[in-house]
Write a protein that binds this ligand. Structure first.
Ligand code: IPE
Ligand code: IPE
Ligand code: MG
Length: 242
């Protein structure tokens, strides 16, 4: 790839298809989740090397608690293990980790591992990894609304303080809007992922399952992004009208 590439400032990745990846290989679904951790590590290093500034990763939705308890438990333990052991590359690449999502009803040990990784990486800023864990857009809007109402009730803000910038600041994380949303596995939906932040994002739906989403597959996504013509409701940006 050449140096002229436009790298999306904020990329969202809906890491889907782990279960099918495993099942197609005659393995149990959880093996797909385990393999996905290795894929994710390589992808994060690659994004950091490419100069991506923000990446939001959908790891577990508020709806994923509907799954079999054994799969949920496996995932919770995988989160703990991964945050503790697999994320050593973060320091080398100066990656900061933040989380989006509801803490309730995540197990205490998961919360501890999350808090630890946030604390250990808080000084870094080359790439911000926003891990969406027990995340749902609907829950985020409900939680943001409650927070803002409390501020109003306590007299900290007036109605005139509520504008789009203020709303963004009071989401789980104050991050710039998504430029590019990638969902692996061929499914064509958001599944409650960052609806507010994705209002002007471009979308890309590769057919590969997430465990096969290699840095090469990521590069293909970036190539596709180059051809998108973003207008944000205005007119094509090359020729400015006076
Ligand atoms: C995504 O893979 C990971 C999580 C939702 C935690 P899936 O587990 O949804 O895999 P498929 O979509 O069933 O293949
Ligand atoms: C979305 O995938 C959630 C994550 C990737 C973490 P799902 O597999 O849960 O979404 P649906 O159920 O197919 O819409
Ligand atoms: Mg899925």
């Amino acid at each position: 790839m050449n140096e002229e590439l436009v790298i999306p400032n904020h990329i969202g990745i809906i890491m889907d298809g782990n279960g099918r990846w495993a099942q197609e290989r005659g393995m149990i679904r959880t093996m797909g989740h385990k393999t996905a951790v290795g894929t994710l590590k390589k992808l994060c290093v690659h994004m950091a090397d490419m100069g991506v500034k923000y990446a939001s990763l959908y790891a577990f939705s508020t709806e994923n608690f509907k799954r079999d308890i054994k799969e949920v438990d496996f995932l919770m333990n995988l989160f703990i293990e991964s945050f503790k052991k697999e994320f050593t590359f973060l320091k080398e690449k100066k990656v900061r980790v933040v989380f989006s999502g509801r803490r309730e009803p995540l197990p205490e040990k998961v919360l501890e591992a999350m808090d630890q990784i946030v604390e250990e990486t808080k000084e870094y800023s080359d790439l911000v990894l926003n891990i969406c864990l027990n995340y749902g857009s609907h829950a985020e809007i409900v939680d943001m609304t409650k927070k803002v109402c409390e501020m109003y009730q306590d007299g900290e803000i007036s109605l005139d303080d509520i504008n789009e910038e203020f709303i963004q600041k009071n989401m789980y994380q104050d991050l710039p809007p998504l430029d590019y949303v990638i969902r692996t596995s061929g499914e064509l939906r958001l599944s409650n992922f960052m609806m507010y932040q994705a209002s002007y994002a471009e979308f890309y739906f590769p057919d590969v399952y997430f465990p096969d989403f290699t840095p090469e597959e990521f590069d293909k996504a970036i190539e596709v992004f180059q051809k998108r013509n973003r207008r944000f409701g205005g007119i094509k940006n090359e020729v400015k009208s006076s």
